[in-house]
Design a protein around this ligand. Sequence first.
Ligand code: AP5
Length: 604
Amino acid sequence: MAASSVTQLTPGNHRYASLIPSLPTRPPSVLLLSSSGPLSSSPSSSSLSSSLASPRSLRVEFKTSWKRKPKPKALRVDCSAKEPLKVMISGAPASGKGTQCQMIVEKYGLVHISTGDLLRAEVSQGTEIGKKAKEYMDNGMLVPDDIVTDMVISRLSQRDVKEKGWLLDGFPRSPSQAQSLERIGIRPDIYIVLDVPDEILIDRCVGRRLDPATGKIYHLKYFPPETEEVSARLITRSDDTQEKVKSRLETHKRNAEAALPTYLDLLKRVDGNRPKEIIFEEIDSLLQQVYNAVNNKNLDEIKGKLVTNLKVTASNKDNWRGIPTRLNNIPHSKEIREYFYYDVLQATWKAVEDKRSRLKVEINIPELNPEMDVYRIGTLMELVRTLALSFADDGKRVKVCVQGSMGEGALAGMPLQLAGSRKILEFMDWGDHGAKGTFINIGSIGAREVDEQDDIFILVAPQNAVGNCIIDDLKAMTDAAGNRPVILVNPRLKDLPGSSGIMQTMGRDKRLEYAASFENCYCFRLLYYAGTQYPIMGALRMTYPYRYELFKRVDEPSGKEKYVVIATFPEKPTGDEINDAFQGKPRNKEKTTSGLWGFLSSIL
Ligand code: AP5
């Protein structure tokens, strides 16, 4: 659907449309949009039933034909009666923002606000602002925030912007610019980042030429002008020399990435190192989904999917927003639950992308701890659903497995928290898009659950029950899965002294060795004094492929709290190492165990 629209595009001239009043833009009253169905609404509380109410990450359409539902017909939507789109596009110099903006404006009729263009207009008109800005621009530096921010805010307040929607290009470029918009409640529906390797960017800048008559962007090698006449009037931007581009790139790296955390929940990275039409196809599809969601008032639903897409390229370290506060208050808010789902999602995706196949997610916050409250199993299921839908979204066939009865009787050998969880999985809302039964299947744990077409296995809290050890079944399953990823979510595979039956088929050492063969792709634990659940003293966090980070919780005079990193570790730290770090002792110093963090002994 997106491809056909691209071929209809006429040469764009919108990058400079705001500067050249005579340039026509397509009226926004009629848009060609896909009729993909509305996404389900988001769960609003953490109760078992509500948290299982609807999925949050599934593409509106699947990629391969056999999994497609009949392709929806194009639908004409009267845009004037609808909520206009608000889009931010970001990326390094010459990543193609302006080129994509031309195409977006052409199709969606948004008002394109490019801070670079606004500043260049001021420079060429010789205004006071222009005189100040020129010096910075010529040196590849950012123009001071107050100048740019005022310009943008004043443009955003104009009537045409409110009516048609906006496409903000090159702003915000720093955390303070982002905060200026946040303060006045201006937030995009989607934040697109174009990713292009540095070496390509320099080539793109140096070869760029602009047509002052139409505003169209050319490139001597990639998009040469169509006629001699156009060629003769092309101009080169004064900051497009090799030397200045390098300095602009440095400036971009220092600032732009730092603005990302503000928009983490809306951020979509797009590979900008492809033909411009292909890039636009992806952006177009995203905008259509966002447009539908905005007008169906369920944008929250698709945020998960946007962040899902962050998986491949984003360094979640760069984009991480810090640990949420007030984690002892349960039920947690939807925002906090989603924060953890996406944190887990990014780390797991990265590990799977890196072809890691024996993975473990350990997340222990009150909201996800069924041992404290059996109803929290609902939140765990919601996490599993987020993971499963995200992989399914990428065209993978996911088997979600929960261990069944391991002895005589329906619940024999089954940990209490898992009783009924298979049923919950079966009845969960897996979306209107037919994912369950095609991309997502529910199963148990064991070799016979492994089907040839399965791509990935997510095992819900596999654990040993007294007298019944899950390890043999698990081992048989992972053997059958071969190189395919098996992800254990909150496993408890600690050896049980009183175990019997099938457990005897493998020796204790072997069992422990096998359990240890799963590597953490995500770990988050709150730290308390041993035997207590209050107050939270700190947290231990690891997201693949980074180190374990130890945080201390600090109460601020304002009454707020924050988490401060006090140490990092290449491997999961022991209780002693954590104690040492909290007490400011040097690493590896001999000490007696104080038992402060005794809970750690319970980790696998
Ligand atoms: P600005 O004008 O925003 O420059 P920029 O961010 O450096 O981005 P560019 O305009 O150079 O590149 P682009 O991503 O739009 O790429 P384009 O589509 O043209 O800002 C200029 C200066 O203003 C800044 O340095 C700063 O001083 C100041 N400024 C701006 N905003 C500010 C802010 N918020 N705060 C403070 N200061 C601010 O494409 C580049 C070339 O590649 C073209 O030749 C194009 O034809 C080609 N190309 C595009 N796509 C492709 C593709 N897919 N394949 C091959 N070639 C392609």
